[in-house]
Design a protein around this ligand. Structure first.
Ligand code: AMP
Length: 457
């Protein structure tokens, strides 16, 4: 998972891009980068680390220019290295330069890469952003296509999820895959600068007033003369015109203060909580406690619906990095205990509903249930705001291999026992569908195995 940002025509483009990337830090904490052009060529700065570390104020002084594109990365495909970080840039001998940042994953990466390699194109990373960029640059430089036509060609042949920003020295292009899998929004500030971001929370901090979601299969060209929009769903998608937004963005990944796929993220989470509560008639808990922060709104939804006390009974240390992507199980276990701590004297004798957004390997909840029991809880009932995760995601969310997913290794009762809870319930897909306005426009593949784009590689 990753986050993108693009700023067009602002004297402090790099500064604005940094603010936007910081607002999207939750989408990628491994590395980040920015490419800025002053109209002549791109300056690129990228490195492993968080936005504030890679882009301190002094670094921004060395990034002059009116167009900036940025990226925060959370590796899915390709290792966590600076060469796999984005943006990627290409400079040509004849002059034009290109820079690109993308969020998503390409499913026929290998096939397209070998096709381009066969044509003499060189790759210096395993990152899909580089593939998208080089596909477009090849079509423009070698096949004489315009950039919008090169993007249309890409949309027909390159499959997967991509919310992408591409800059040349004087133009910014925005485009999104025909299924609009990852979020992407754009708009104009009062000072005229155009901003694009993965999530609307980044547009908030940049005071973007008029904003829109990028259309599925849409292409936008931004120049100082204005904005040109192309509705260019690739051929094969034209008839269905079907959006397949990632439902896991609403459940877990996005910030609750973002709005996308036509809905407020926090309100979907509250609905999920309310539906979980509606199917718990026979349970009378003393309190509802979320696994912070991702399950906070699911738990408030549950507590409101059931009219039970909501409590932040578990405190999260915000300085612990991602526990989920640590390479070894022992390290993941240790990180969970460093990350959470129960309130003293809160849980004693209580019947607790503990709410989390998902169970993947079962690491987090196994540790937390032990912790809450040790803190004195009489009963712990786990309520999970998603169906069981049984399939890997190939469209940009980092899910482990199927064998590592606990839902494939054990029965629901086996998982409850392994985690040590008194009861365990998930939100079934049919109920999840009731939480969104347009249920047919979502991808549920990690729960159902129905992949909307066939997996070519
Ligand atoms: P696990 O501990 O392996 O069962 O993972 C579940 C926990 O990780 C939940 O608390 C989620 O909030 C979080 N989580 C779920 N999916 C992801 C993901 N793709 N990347 C990072 N964290 C995740």
């Amino acid at each position: 998972m990753c986050g993108i940002i693009g700023i067009f025509d602002h004297e402090k483009a790099a500064e604005l891009a940094t603010l936007g990337m910081f607002a999207e830090q939750h989408r990628g904490q491994e590395s980040c980068g920015m490419a800025v052009t002053d109209g002549r060529g791109f300056i690129l700065r990228k490195n492993m680390g968080l936005v504030k570390q890679v882009f301190p104020p002094k670094a921004l002084k060395a990034l002059p220019g009116r167009i900036a594109i940025g990226h925060v990365r959370y590796p899915t495909k390709g290792s966590a290295t600076d060469y796999n970080s984005q943006p990627h840039i290409v400079a040509t001998l004849s002059g034009p330069g290109y820079a690109l940042a993308s969020n998503g994953d390409i499913v026929n990466y290998r096939a397209i890469r070998s096709e381009l390699e066969g044509l003499g194109v060189y790759f210096n990373s395993e990152n899909d952003g580089e593939l998208i960029l080089k596909y477009i640059v090849y079509a423009v430089e070698k096949e004489n296509l315009t950039i919008p036509n090169a993007i249309k060609k890409l949309m027909t042949n390159v499959k997967g999820a991509y919310s992408t920003v591409l800059a040349t020295n004087d133009t910014m292009y925005l485009f999104r895959d025909p299924h609009a899998i990852r979020p992407m929004a754009w708009g104009r500030r009062e000072d005229g600068a155009v901003v694009v971001a993965s999530e609307s929370c980044a547009l908030d901090i940049l005071s973007v007033m008029q904003r829109k979601e990028m259309k599925a299969g849409g292409i936008i060209k931004v120049t100082t003369d204005g904005i040109e929009e192309f509705d260019n769903c690739a051929e094969e998608y034209r008839e269905c015109g079907e959006a397949k937004h990632c439902v896991f963005e609403h459940i877990y990944f996005s910030r609750p203060d973002s709005h996308h796929f036509g809905e407020d993220v926090y309100s979907i989470r509250e609905k999920i909580g309310a539906i979980l509560a509606a199917h718990d008639d026979d349970l009378n808990p003393d309190c509802v406690v979320p696994v912070p922060d991702s399950a906070n709104f699911i738990a408030t939804g549950y507590a409101k619906a059931k009219k039970v006390e909501f409590s932040l009974g578990l405190i999260r240390n915000h300085y612990v990095g991602r526990t989920f992507i640590k390479p070894e199980q022992t390290i993941r276990d240790e990180s969970v205990s460093q990350k959470f701590n129960p309130l003293p004297n809160y849980f004693k004798g209580k019947i607790v509903v503990l709410v989390d957004d998902s169970i993947v390997r079962g690491t987090t909840l196994r540790k937390l249930v032990k912790m809450v029991r040790k803190a004195g809880a009489a009963e712990i009932h786990l309520r999970i705001g998603s169906p069981q995760v049984k399939y890997s995601c190939y469209y940009g969310i980092d899910t482990p291999n199927r064998e590592e997913l606990i839902a494939n290794a054990k029965t629901l009762e086996g998982i409850r026992e392994h985690i040590g809870a008194d009861s365990l319930k998930h939100l079934p897909i049919e109920h999840l569908e009731k939480c969104v306005k347009t249920p047919k426009e979502y991808c549920y593949a990690c729960f159902s195995g129905n992949y909307p784009i066939s997996l070519k590689d």
